[in-house]
Write a protein that binds this ligand. Structure first.
Ligand SMILES: *Cc1c(COP(=O)(O)O)cnc(C)c1O
Length: 374
């Protein structure tokens, strides 16, 4: 384990990220596919720190990095990472940094292609197809014109078309009929590109769920984000959670039976008990909806969060445990010591694990960076 932010955390929440877990998750994915693996480190590596996650993933055998914007791509280059990087959600006004930093660009429109050409020669691009989400990627009606433009741009030496990418909307359920339709659409797009004389060597469609469950979607490369940090959206493969969040107890008090706790008095002590105050709340990404129901681990036991979650504090009913200020509470972790997991928090809050790690990770990292700079 590396403590990402060790010096900063005496009085604040502390986030540790386990690079060995990330490398192990990559190896699990690689055991399911012959395709290359792209480590998707968008949203600050799903809140785990993009550069740390990228390094661990490359150690585990990933060969590509993926992000949604140049703003995320450039820090990877600045950190000295030399693996190929693809960025796929650039505004049409793409800047020249892509060329300078050797970043591949996904192209979803002729207008976008024209801006890329205006910025320089030789950019590597991936034909970005909407294969059934009506989200990013070129809509099917535009594919023909986009392929024709890409071919002209390639012939003129402006770009090199090295990849074709699509995305599956319903891969979390391998039995969903939309997966077959998405693959079929992707294959139509690949065939069309070929008819236009394009020869992209990297066809990529699958993200984590399909990489783990659907070999027919793997083609040349799979793009794995959630799986890196231990989340399997299909719920079928046991991956290793990479993030642990702890916080110190800042105060302890004994209360009489009937004592109301927190805003709106939603909870009253059913018996004399001890309450521990922990300085974490919804302002730094803990989901308020996880209470009641949410728990933390303290002194080796799971204890309930009681009353409302406040903006930056929670109250934990520790019963008759002799808890003292300064003790470390585990909010979530891989579960080895019985602590709650990210999956538990997602269930309590009625959301997905992705939202828990992205919401918690970046604010805690930012706060700790600020403390460390004092
Ligand atoms: C986020 C994203 C991925 C990674 O998805 P996971 O399910 O997190 O592996 C892959 N491709 C695209 C286009 C994405 O937006």
């Amino acid at each position: 384990m590396i403590d990402v932010l060790e010096t900063a955390v005496r009085h604040a929440a502390s986030l540790t990220v386990d690079p060995a877990a990330i490398a192990a998750n990559i190896r699990t994915v690689r055991s399911r596919t012959r395709a290359q693996v792209m480590a998707v480190v968008k949203a600050d590596g799903f809140g785990h720190g993009a550069v740390d996650v990228a390094r661990a993933a490359l150690d585990g055998g990933a060969t590509w990095l993926g992000v949604t914007s140049l703003a995320e791509a450039v820090p990877l280059r600045e950190a000295g990472l030399r693996a190929p990087v693809l960025s796929w959600l650039n505004p049409v006004e793409v800047d020249a940094a892509a060329v300078r930093h050797d970043v591949d660009l996904a192209v979803a429109s002729v207008a976008h292609l024209d801006r890329i050409i205006a910025h320089g020669a030789g950019v590597r691009v991936h034909l970005h197809l909407d294969t059934g989400m009506a989200r990013d990627g070129a809509p099917p009606a535009d594919w023909d014109a986009l392929c024709a433009s890409l071919r002209r741009a390639e012939t003129a030496g402006h770009v090199r078309v090295v990849g074709v990418m699509g995305h599956l909307a319903c891969a979390d359920d391998p039995a969903d009929a939309a997966n077959h339709a998405g693959r079929a659409a992707f294959l139509r797009g690949c065939a069309l590109a070929k008819r236009h004389g394009l020869r992209p060597s990297l066809r990529h469609l699958a993200a984590t769920a399909a990489a783990l469950t659907d070999p027919a979607s793997h083609f040349d490369l799979v793009r794995v984000g959630a799986g890196l940090v231990g989340i399997d959206p299909s719920g079928r493969t046991s991956l290793r959670p990479a993030m642990t969040l702890t916080a110190p107890v800042v105060a302890v008090r004994e209360v009489a039976a009937g004592t109301p706790v927190g805003y709106d008095h939603t909870w009253r002590a059913p018996r004399p008990t001890t309450l521990a105050l922990v300085p974490i709340g919804y302002a730094d990404g803990r989901p308020r909806a996880a209470v009641p129901g949410g728990q933390v681990l303290i002194r080796g036991e799971r204890r309930p969060i009681v009353g409302r979650m406040s903006m930056d504090q929670i109250v934990v009913d520790v019963g008759d445990a002799a808890v003292v200020p300064g003790e470390v509470v585990t909010v979530f972790g891989p579960g080895d010591a019985g602590e709650p997991t990210v999956a538990d928090w997602a269930r309590w809050a009625g959301t997905i694990e992705h939202e828990i790690v992205t919401a918690v990770g970046s604010p805690v990292r930012r706060m700790a960076r600020e403390l460390a700079s004092w």
